[in-house]
Design a protein. Structure first.
Length: 393
């Protein structure tokens, strides 16, 4: 745990230096603050709940030609874009370990690129989104992490009126992970621009339809002997079965306790209170109907979390979408001079970090690649050992 606490301590120290006063923050200092977190995901060994699964799937992609389950060794539906990206990187002889690091870097670059344009976007990104989501996006859920980063950039483009480019990026995000559709829907709820709402509705329906009818990649005709022959070359499931597959997957996974979903609920309600209650929002920022809609979404996701882990995923997707819209919606810039608003978001970010650290504190031994204990990749250790020997010689 000490390695995570140290990394975030250095991160917040840089935030203090960068955000002194109300003026534009120094991007170089903010990037320096990100460095300890970047090192955490890029130098890790078998760390991060789903890291072992991703390594296994990428290895099977290199052998079979498509994403297959390492357990049943049947094609995974909805993994087409991830498969394409993995195969592209494998073409350059990248190892599975290097590929998951590259994906983490892609997520980081897209998030920072989207957040660089204004004080408003930088504040919300570095103060709220990074502490709550960043390590989980780059060390655990790589597909959703990259999809959320792409959607964040698409939402930023949408608020700037760049509809066509935004639509293409939204499509890429949804094909990376279908939960990006939740972010687009929350954006549809939060925007007051009628043209933007029409664009989002049209893009969501179009991308959703394409996602539903698109076939998943088939395994290559000559699978590696090391892979079970149960992966049939003729199997090419359509994403038409994707939603049924999702329901089936989560139907047997119950929530861990009655307190499930409490953390994202608290964070979401606190954020909405800051937006609507604490800051005395101008009428053109969020209408009463939009606020009610957001409360309904947050409440429905919390109820879902009582019965399934899917609800927890939806809760965090909604929270991320709310923060991203506040990050880029021009009207929120009016609140950046409000000290209570900025302090409230700072507290939300800190609370989210505490929830994250509390969540990983009990992860030791619960998965093949838990967040704790943190381990440095053996190749990194060997590299620095070779450098040390070279210096001593």
């Amino acid at each position: 745990m000490i390695v995570y606490v140290t990394a975030f301590t250095l991160y917040y120290a840089c935030l203090v230096l960068a955000f002194r006063g109300i003026g534009a923050p120094r991007m170089a200092v903010l990037l320096a603050g990100m460095l300890p977190l970047v090192l955490l995901f890029s130098m890790r060994g078998m760390v991060g709940t789903d890291t072992a699964v991703y390594l296994q799937i990428i290895q099977l992609i290199s052998e079979v030609g498509t994403a297959v389950s390492g357990f049943a060794q049947t094609p995974l539906i909805g993994w087409g874009e991830f498969t394409f990206l993995s195969k592209f990187l494998l073409h350059f002889n990248a190892s599975p370990t290097l590929i998951i690091v590259i994906i983490g870097f892609l997520t980081t670059i897209i998030l920072i690129w989207a957040a660089q344009n204004s004080f408003q976007s930088r504040w919300i990104f570095f103060i709220c989104i990074v502490p709550i989501f960043y390590l989980d996006m780059t060390m655990n859920g790589l597909r959703y992490g990259l999809a959320f980063a792409l959607t964040s950039y698409a939402i930023a483009l949408s608020y700037r009126g760049r509809w066509l480019v935004s639509g293409f990026v939204q499509g890429a995000a949804v094909f990376m992970h279908s939960s990006a559709l939740i972010l687009l829907f929350v954006t549809w709820v939060m925007t007051g621009n009628k043209k933007q709402r029409k664009h989002l509705l049209f893009t969501t329906i179009l991308v959703g339809a394409l996602f539903t009818v698109s076939p998943s990649p088939s395994p290559s005709p000559s699978p590696s002997p090391s892979v079970s022959p149960s992966v049939s070359p003729s199997v090419s499931p359509s994403a038409d079965d994707y939603w049924e597959n999702k329901v089936t997957t989560y139907s047997n996974i119950s929530a861990p306790s009655m307190l499930s979903g409490l953390a994202p609920l608290v964070l979401s309600l606190a954020t909405l209170f800051i937006f609507y209650g604490l800051s005395k929002l101008p009428k053109n920022l969020l209408t009463r109907y939009q606020v009610v809609g957001l409360f309904v979404l947050v409440g429905a996701a919390f109820l879902m979390a009582k019965f399934s882990y899917a609800g927890l995923r939806v809760q965090y997707a909604i929270l991320f979408a709310i923060l991203v819209n506040a990050q880029f919606k021009p009207e929120f810039e009016l609140l950046m001079g409000n000290q209570k608003f900025r302090l409230g978001l700072l507290l939300v970010g800190l609370a989210g970090l505490v929830f994250f650290l509390r969540g990983i504190a009990g992860s030791e031994g619960l998965a093949p690649s838990p967040f704790l204990p943190y381990e440095i990749n053996e190749n990194v250790i060997s590299y620095f050992s070779a450098i040390k020997l070279g210096v001593l010689n």
